[in-house]
Design a protein around this ligand. Structure first.
Ligand code: UDP
Ligand code: MG
Length: 320
């Protein structure tokens, strides 16, 4: 039998790290005291997502400093934030799992409030950023995306962007056994949760380094979010196609009647062109949309691993 995973900790805190050498010292200076003060049996699981800077060296030192509560998973290369979190879930041994970003945008001081909610019996605690500190175009874009997502998927999240969240381990296990290639963890977790809730938390500006998300990556994430949770775009498209087809059928009949009773007609040819171009645009959009779904299938059938681990730093506990 495969290694039966033990849940011998009360709490696992999973932190994906990608080129965060400037934030890590401040992060550990703040997060360890918070977690120590909880009086819980906890562990911190750092997942290095193929950083090219001194992050790994720092994590190694940190592991030396607190081997009792620190575990470090090193990925072979950059697999993306969500893959890194999945790797963290696979190694987490806590009954409860909290995720947060390494860049200190999510204050570690909020963790106790999340746990309080978990203690009240919720199995998923989402967060809403009280005063979001991001550029205006990101705020506008996420407002729009939220609205679209709420309409066409079952996922209800006031604020999809904030990664400071708490899950019960049944949810993280379910997420881990879902073999989806590109996944959006908070949304998936919401689907699996039986008693979800949300609280509002502080949000700070990124103190060091740059956001790892370019506009392109954000767009990709949002496309994935929609296409992996809903086929409504495809359905809308066929609906639209049906209407257009009926309208153009009527147009053809009308033109045929015109031709028979009034003879050939050349005027209005540009209108016709306009209509044709519009239809071509609609068709291209549809092909692109199909491509999104086919792309997902393509990546899924390849069955490539979502991440590759190069090393795990953890103390070999003789007791476990
Ligand atoms: N991150 C990661 N792999 C990536 C990109 C980001 O592990 O490919 C980590 C990053 O180190 C940080 C978190 O994911 O801890 C969020 O990244 P970032 O702050 O760049 O995202 P934003 O806050 O701008 O959404
Ligand atoms: Mg950030």
């Amino acid at each position: 039998m495969a290694d039966p995973k033990k849940f011998d900790k009360q709490l696992s805190v999973v932190i994906p790290v990608y080129n965060e050498e400037e934030s890590l010292p401040a992060l550990s200076a703040r997060i360890y005291p918070v977690l120590d003060a909880l009086g819980m049996d906890y562990e911190l699981v750092f997942v290095d997502d193929g950083s090219g800077d001194r992050s790994v060296a720092f994590l190694r030192e940190q592991f030396q400093r607190r081997p009792d509560v620190t575990r470090v998973v090193l990925l072979q290369s950059n697999f993306g934030q969500h893959a890194a979190i999945l790797a963290g879930f696979a190694h987490a041994r806590g009954q409860w799992v909290v995720t947060l970003d390494a860049d200190l945008q999510n204050p570690p001081e909020e963790i106790p409030r999340l746990l309080e909610k978990m203690g009240e019996g919720y199995d998923y605690v989402g967060t809403i950023r009280r005063k979001r500190q991001d550029s205006w175009w990101r705020m506008a874009a996420s407002r729009l995306m939220n609205r679209i997502r709420e309409r066409i998927t079952r996922v209800r999240m006031t604020d999809q962007g904030c990664m400071l969240r708490a899950y019960s381990h049944t949810i993280t296990d379910a997420i881990n056994s879902t073999a989806e290639v590109t996944t959006f963890i908070p949304a998936l977790a919401y689907l699996y949760a039986s008693k979800p809730t949300e609280i509002s938390v502080e949000h700070e500006e990124r103190a060091h380094g740059k956001s790892k998300y370019s506009l392109y990556k954000l767009l990709r994430l949002n496309f994935d979010l929609v296409t992996s949770f809903s086929v409504v775009p495809l359905e809308l498209f066929s609906f639209f196609g049906l209407i257009l087809a009926s309208l153009s059928a009527m147009l053809v009949i009308y033109l045929a009647i015109q031709r028979i009773f009034f003879g050939p007609q050349v005027q209005g040819i540009f209108t016709l062109f306009g209509i044709v171009f519009f239809l071509i645009g609609v068709i291209l959009f549809g092909i692109g949309l199909l491509g999104e779904y086919i792309g997902r299938i393509y990546r899924q059938v390849q069955q490539r691993p979502r991440y590759l681990i190069s090393a795990v730093l953890e103390r070999n506990d003789p007791a476990t």
